[in-house]
Ligand binder design. Structure first.
Ligand code: PXP
Length: 239
């Protein structure tokens, strides 16, 4: 049965809209865990637009399940992760001007940087995941780089505008997940997933865990965080 890790970045987005101290992603993480999620995800961005260093430092002490830190492979972030020691680091590409992470890592173009970052982080005693597009070459490179996990980018599937586009995007996810599993990589998936799109993953047992943020926090504004998380867990556990 796949797991669900909930990304609480957008609780911090709401807080930073006023630059005060509510709502607190640390409180949200507690509710997410009480609702039964398997992990809490935060993305500490270089521009600190939502999650702040203080959030990750406190979450490290309070999260009971698993703390997953998304970050760019920069020297500043690597030092931070080595100090925090999350349960998993997911390396993502980061651009200041993007609204959210737009694509997976380019492992071909950044092989040396990513490989070096993976080795350094693993020496800190925690596993490393690489956020990649659903592309067989990227999966093979992640394996060659000795990553522990890949996280397969589901955004192209979720944003597809036609049934054909959606079908093809999903096929790429299926093939990538199967190859990653065969290569003995842990397989996570996420970006853009919602309460409808998640249903498509029924029977794709190679995926260990989904990482979902925006749709859950958006629903939480209307129905409450506990209910929003429980509803997503129910869908994920049916897959
Ligand atoms: N996985 C990664 C690597 C991400 O960067 C994000 C967005 O922060 C997510 C999953 C969650 O995406 P969403 O908020 O669209 O569910």
């Amino acid at each position: 049965m796949p797991g669900l890790a909930v990304n609480v970045d957008h609780v911090a987005t709401l807080r930073e809209a006023r630059r005060i101290n509510i709502p607190d992603p640390v409180t949200a993480a507690g509710i997410v865990e009480l609702a039964g999620a398997d992990g809490v995800v935060v993305h500490l961005r270089e521009d600190r637009r939502h999650i702040q260093d203080r959030d990750v430092e406190i979450l490290r002490k309070t999260v009971q399940t698993k703390l997953i830190l998304e970050m760019a492979a920069t020297p500043e972030m690597i030092d931070f992760a080595l100090e925090i020691k999350p349960d998993l680091v997911t390396l993502v590409p980061e651009k200041r001007e993007e609204l959210t992470t737009e694509g997976g890592l380019d492992l071909e173009g950044n092989k040396d940087t990513v490989s070096e970052a993976v080795k350094t982080l693993q020496k800190g005693g925690f596993p490393v995941s690489l956020f990649v597009d659903p592309d067989l070459d990227q999966i093979k490179l992640a394996h060659r780089i000795d990553a522990n996990f890949v996280e397969i980018h589901t955004g192209m599937f979720c944003d597809a505008e036609t049934p054909k586009e959606r079908f093809e995007a999903f096929e790429r996810i299926v093939n990538s997940a199967k190859l990653a599993h065969k290569l003995k990589l842990g397989v996570n998936a996420g970006h853009g997933l919602g309460y409808q799109t998640i249903k498509q993953f029924e029977g794709l047992l190679e995926i260990d865990e989904f990482s979902i943020g925006h749709s859950i926090i958006a629903r939480a504004v209307l129905v409450g965080l506990d209910r929003a998380v429980r509803e997503m867990i129910a869908l994920v556990k049916q897959l």
